[in-house]
Design a protein around this ligand. Structure first.
Ligand SMILES: [Zn+2]
Ligand SMILES: [Zn+2]
Length: 294
């Protein structure tokens, strides 16, 4: 048993054939193993989202999608695309990906399904979930975990709202409301990878989950009590935690300035808080588009 503040032993390395993860920027991931491939929150357009001269979200900002950027980075067909919630930086490129890969299906909540319908995605392409499902795809499983969105420093939700009917085709960032927020634990037989698209969680919903790899959102968690320690403890100290959602969301993926836009303070603070609680997980800081196997 380790005491708070003491260094505990390093977690045992994972053994057996692994899964390959590739960070697509923002909260987006491509996961593959055993010939299977899935996407989580793929967002490559990296549109300007701020009010002119400020840092707040410009709700009236026009959606200016860049399918060329999507196609440059995602070249192999996924069988599933999981969407954590309805915000532009998680869902906006999904209709293009579904059009490009006709065998792929999207896993999303009810509100996000209405958004996708407004973009002419047929219901047959959607697996609409409520949270709590553990879906089997013949050697690939997807557990849907009810979760929570990040908050501002004033404990407010960003672009909240739920759709209960198909809206008009979205034209602005503000029309892409959060809806429900889910995390997804993907099982490839040899590895369980739990992915979050926002920086919060409902702790009781994590009971019993022991993923090999935790992909943790690392935008500011200031309004959330003990965000890193409660998360790592609830998940039984996953051997590996991978930082996510910690770039500037705008700079192009092929810009030489991209590495400097990554917020390294988030993962550093995560490590410090986890260690201070006497818990252990290796925190990995990924490089955009560079695959790694776990
Ligand atoms: Zn969001
Ligand atoms: Zn986001």
């Amino acid at each position: 048993m380790s005491l708070p503040g003491t260094a505990a032993a390093a977690p045992a390395p994972l053994s057996g054939p692994g899964a390959t993860l590739r960070w697509l920027g923002v909260a987006g991931w491509e996961l593959s193993a055993n010939g299977r491939r899935v996407l989580f929150d793929p967002y490559l357009s990296r549109m300007e989202y701020r009010v002119p001269g400020g840092s707040a979200i410009n709700e009236r900002g026009r959606l200016a999608l860049r399918p060329d950027l999507v196609d440059r980075t995602i070249t192999e067909a996924p069988e599933l695309i999981m969407v954590s919630h309805g915000h532009w930086d998680h869902v906006a490129d999904v209709p293009h990906l579904l059009a490009r890969f006709p065998a792929a299906r999207v896993v999303c909540g009810r509100s996000t399904a209405f958004l996708l319908e407004a973009w002419d995605v047929p219901r047959t392409r959607m697996i609409v979930v409520r949270g709590g499902e553990n879906l089997e795809f013949g050697g690939l499983s997807v557990q849907v975990v009810p979760s929570l969105h990040s908050m501002t420093a004033e404990h407010a939700y960003l672009l909240p709202g739920e759709l209960s009917a198909k809206p008009r085709p979205p034209r602005t960032l503000g029309e892409l409301v959060e809806g429900e927020t889910f995390a997804f634990q993907v099982g490839f037989g040899t590895r369980e990878v739990l992915l979050f698209g926002a920086t919060n969680y409902a702790e009781r919903e994590l009971a019993g989950l022991t993923p090999d790899v935790l992909v943790a959102s690392m935008t500011s968690w200031k309004p959330v009590h003990a965000y890193p320690a409660r998360l790592v403890r609830a998940l039984g100290s996953p051997p590996l935690t991978v930082a996510s959602h910690h770039d500037d969301m705008i700079t192009s993926l092929d810009s030489p300035d991209l590495p400097a836009t990554i917020n390294t303070a988030g993962p550093a603070a995560f490590r410090t808080e986890v260690a201070a609680a006497g818990l252990v997980t290796n925190v990995h800081e990924p490089t955009h588009r560079k695959p790694f196997t776990v």
